[in-house]
Design a protein around this ligand. Structure first.
Ligand SMILES: NC(=O)c1ccc[n+]([C@@H]2O[C@H](COP(=O)([O-])OP(=O)(O)OC[C@H]3O[C@@H](n4cnc5c(N)ncnc54)[C@H](O)[C@@H]3O)[C@@H](O)[C@H]2O)c1
Length: 408
């Protein structure tokens, strides 16, 4: 029996006694207290879920950023990454942020995306600036990783004049900045400076075989002159430069529909479409995983090697091997479709990385299958994301050269 019920009983048995008055006083008080208790518990019921939400919010706030090392002022560098919201640049941002440096990303979002670096926005060591490197930039930094440039054929051929301006005026601006603030600059150059190579594998002392007026010249020649500018600034102005000649790279955040062989095969396999192989598929390609490249870039920046260094994976696979491997890893029922051979499709492309091994102690370590699995996982998630946003990218045909399609 509850306390209130006991008091009610007492009052009923002795109607006029002082006992009754006392018990009715107790009864009233108890009813009042009981009411208050009920209100309190109601309020508690409403408040508890709110408290839980606040706890979750606090948790998500403190766990918002990936773990970042603490570096003392003397070891912490102020680092600028141009093109830092792109595929390679965003992975480089992750590495340098997690190593404890202060990173400023400059990007005009031509091919880059805020989503690639959004996980750092708000972090005290991170800044994102929407800026075109064709315009001068005035900031204080210790190192500049100059990556800003469209990198895939459809992107750099979309506006060849802009590609040229980015690689020439943009590079001059960044070298000017490096000179003013005494920063070291690393240029993200490319294996395309070797053009359609006549030597295999390509080592750094090969001068290349580039058509200066072809459709790809805006990129190939743009990067070649960017290298020339670096060495002119080094000789004339004493700017410390590093030049990385980057070979084909793949991984999460790469562009899904730029017509390159890895992205094409993954998209086709995931969408249940035939994997298109041009010719017999016996031509070979070599791809490095993006984390290997990032480690190479950081090693080169912090080395004393000022001459160009190849960064790539020399492990060659035939195009057909790539198609079969990707099909199996995706678990796709897609067929492999053979299309007519492209006339000028290079039969081989392979970096010579002896210099990087010897002078940087660097070589790629991520096995192809492991890297492909990560890229497939990313593409799968992206397709889901795109589907939710009503946009499904279609694999593009391999890139066009002299009117013919070819593998890149
Ligand atoms: N990915 C590869 O396989 C590869 C191979 C060789 C060389 N590279 C070089 O590495 C660098 C990065 O390539 P990626 O694959 O990450 O390409 P990406 O297109 O993903 O990244 C390039 C970034 O530069 C930005 N950018 C372009 N023009 C700019 C401008 N004028 N001002 C400011 N930002 C600008 C883009 O918005 C993008 O974020 C490029 O310089 C490219 O030439 C890449």
């Amino acid at each position: 029996m509850s306390c209130v019920a006991v008091l009610r009983c007492l009052g009923a048995h002795c109607p006029r006694s002082p006992h009754r008055q006392f018990s009715s006083f107790l009864l009233n008080r108890s009813i009042q207290e009981n009411g208050e208790l009920k209100i309190e518990s109601k309020i508690e019921e409403i408040i508890e879920p709110l408290r839980e939400k606040i706890r979750d919010l606090e948790k998500s706030f403190t766990q918002k950023y990936p773990p970042v090392k603490f570096l003392s002022e003397k070891d912490r560098k102020r680092i600028l990454i141009t093109g830092g919201a792109g595929f390679v640049g965003s992975h480089l941002t992750d590495k340098l942020m997690m190593d404890g440096h202060e990173v400023t990303v400059v990007d005009n979002f031509f091919t880059g995306r805020k989503r690639n670096v959004e996980h750092w926005i708000g972090h005290e060591n991170f800044e994102l600036i929407n800026h075109d490197v064709v315009e001068p930039l005035y900031i204080e930094v210790d190192q500049i990783y100059h990556l800003a440039s469209p990198a895939s054929p459809p992107n750099y051929m979309y506006n060849p004049i802009k590609t040229l301006k980015t690689n020439t005026i943009g590079t001059l601006n960044m070298l000017g900045l490096a000179k003013r603030v005494g920063a070291r600059l690393l240029l993200a150059s490319t294996s395309e400076v070797y053009g359609d190579p006549e030597v295999h594998p390509q080592s750094e002392d090969y001068w290349g075989h580039v058509n200066p007026i072809g459709p790809r010249a805006c990129y190939d020649e743009g990067k070649r002159v960017a290298e020339t500018m670096c060495y002119a600034y080094m000789k004339q102005e004493g700017v410390e430069v590093r030049v990385a000649r980057i070979f084909n790279t793949f991984g999460p955040r790469m562009h899904m529909n730029d017509g390159r062989v890895v992205s094409n095969f993954i998209l086709q396999a995931l969408q249940g479409e035939p994997l298109t192989v041009y010719g017999s598929g016996s031509q070979t390609r070599a791809f490095q995983y993006v984390s290997d490249l990032v480690n190479g870039l950081v090693a080169l920046m912090n080395s004393n090697v000022s001459s160009p260094v190849n960064l790539g994976n020399p492990e060659e696979h035939t195009i057909l091997e790539f198609a079969q491997l990707i099909k199996n890893l995706v678990g796709s029922g897609s067929e492999i479709q053979f299309l007519s051979e492209a006339q000028d499709d290079p039969q081989k492309r392979k970096p010579d990385i002896k210099k990087a091994k010897l002078m940087l102690g660097w070589e790629p370590v991520v096995p192809l299958e492991e890297g492909l699995n990560k890229a497939i996982h990313y593409f799968r998630k992206e397709l889901e994301y795109q589907a939710n946003n009503q946009y499904i990218p279609k694999p593009k045909p391999a890139r066009v050269k002299k009117g013919r399609t070819r593998h890149s």
